[in-house]
Write a protein that binds this ligand. Structure first.
Ligand code: SAM
Ligand code: DTB
Ligand code: SF4
Length: 347
């Protein structure tokens, strides 16, 4: 079978067969696809900031920010533009290339838009890629964000269509697909993935990946979150997902979406270094970087840099198209290609 090509017609039986491959064969396959499409030792790094925290009207059972559950979270109103820009500067100094701003909203309201648009413009002006996750978007708001210069919009499908109603009742799966359509129509890049470890069946993990891969255009960025269990949420005591199953999910996402960045997202504080490095081998090539996700802990930035160093990996930088840098990147691409061709012949 030819591999490493983008397909939009994945069937349940094929996905199941991938998940059920011997573990090392699956990892070898995923790593081969990864090397074919990316520089295998580079990781894209994004920093998150919660720009509006808590009291969300939606009832997502995993979420500490839902107003339906009693968690220890302190709610905060929409952050001032200047504070957001200061946080973005710090993230850039620490090496992030993308700044992702999240709001605990069902959707942004008209009154919020001028502030949101200003944030996008000012963060872009720092030379960072911009991403927002603000809930549902209609066509008009998607265009407004694009016109402000927003590069990516994050909107997760979260799980399979079949399991979805066990997790969220206030917004439908179709609502989510519509938002993704609007983001695409407006010309922004799509960041969409899901959460595993929410008590779903293996078939729901297949279903989530099939939904993402079979979209008319696959998301440029696919965050795979492992549930962070937060006290007070309905999923606080759900059974842990087996770590090998998590690594398999990364590997299958890499195979099904060969040209997408697969992000090892929430849940890394519960993973040791060896597990994270297996996820990188399985094709994860993006992480959230910085001590905090939106409201929960993430590994310390320095610990992440140390891990990358130990693995001989490095953060991806935004390309600088000065003649010298262009030539250097061209040479390294040629060298990488030569290595990956050797790798294929070895198979
Ligand atoms: N309110 C917006 C929305 O839901 O579209 C944006 C923010 S929301 C917190 C972004 C994503 O974070 C969710 O879609 C979910 O996939 C992820 N998330 C939230 N709580 C999580 C948790 N406890 N563990 C893992 N992922 C989580
Ligand atoms: C995504 O898929 N994961 C991020 C981001 N997109 C917005 C959020 C993870 C949130 C984890 C729980 C929290 O910190 O509140
Ligand atoms: Fe609200 Fe987003 Fe949390 Fe759902 S995931 S409760 S929409 S903040």
């Amino acid at each position: 079978m030819e591999y490493g090509i983008v397909r939009h017609d994945w069937k349940h039986a094929e996905v199941k067969a991938l998940f059920e491959m011997p573990f090392n064969d699956l990892l070898f396959y995923a790593a081969s696809v990864h090397r074919k499409n990316f520089k295998q030792n580079e990781v894209q790094i994004s920093t998150l900031l919660s720009i509006k925290t808590g009291a969300c009207p939606e009832d997502c059972k995993y979420c500490p920010q839902s107003g339906h559950y009693k968690t220890d979270l302190e709610r905060e109103r929409l952050m001032e533009v200047e504070k957001v820009v200061n946080q973005a500067k710090l993230a850039k100094e620490k090496g992030a290339t993308r700044f992702c701003m999240g709001a605990a909203w069902s959707d942004p309201k008209d009154r919020d838009m001028p502030y949101i648009e200003k944030m996008v413009k000012e963060v872009s002006a720092l030379g960072l890629e911009t991403c927002m996750t603000l809930g549902k978007l209609d066509n008009e708001k998607a265009h407004a964000l694009r016109n402000a210069g927003l590069d990516y919009y994050n909107h997760n499908l979260d799980t399979s269509p079949e399991y979805y109603e066990q997790i969220i009742t206030t917004r439908t799966y179709a609502d989510r697909l519509n938002t993704i359509d609007h983001v695409r129509d407006a010309g922004m890049k799509v960041c969409s993935g899901g959460i595993v470890g929410m008590g779903e069946q293996a078939a729901d993990r297949y279903g989530l990946l099939m939904q993402l891969a079979n979209l008319p255009k696959q998301p440029e960025s696919v965050p795979i979150n492992m549930l962070v269990k937060v006290a007070g949420t309905p999923l606080e005591d759900v059974e842990d997902l087996d770590h090998f199953e998590f690594i398999r999910t990364i590997a299958v996402a890499r195979i099904m979406m060969p040209e997408s960045y697969v992000r090892l997202s929430a849940g890394r504080t519960a993973m040791n270094e060896q597990m994270q490095s297996m996820c990188f081998f399985a094709g994860a090539n993006s992480i959230f970087y910085g001590d905090k996700l939106l409201t929960t802990e993430n590994p310390e930035a320095d610990a992440d840099m140390n891990l990358l160093k130990k693995l001989g990996m490095k953060p991806e930088t935004r390309e600088d198209y000065s003649d010298e840098a262009y030539e250097a990147s061209l040479n390294s691409a040629i060298a990488d290609k030569a290595t990956s061709e050797l790798f294929y012949e070895a198979k």
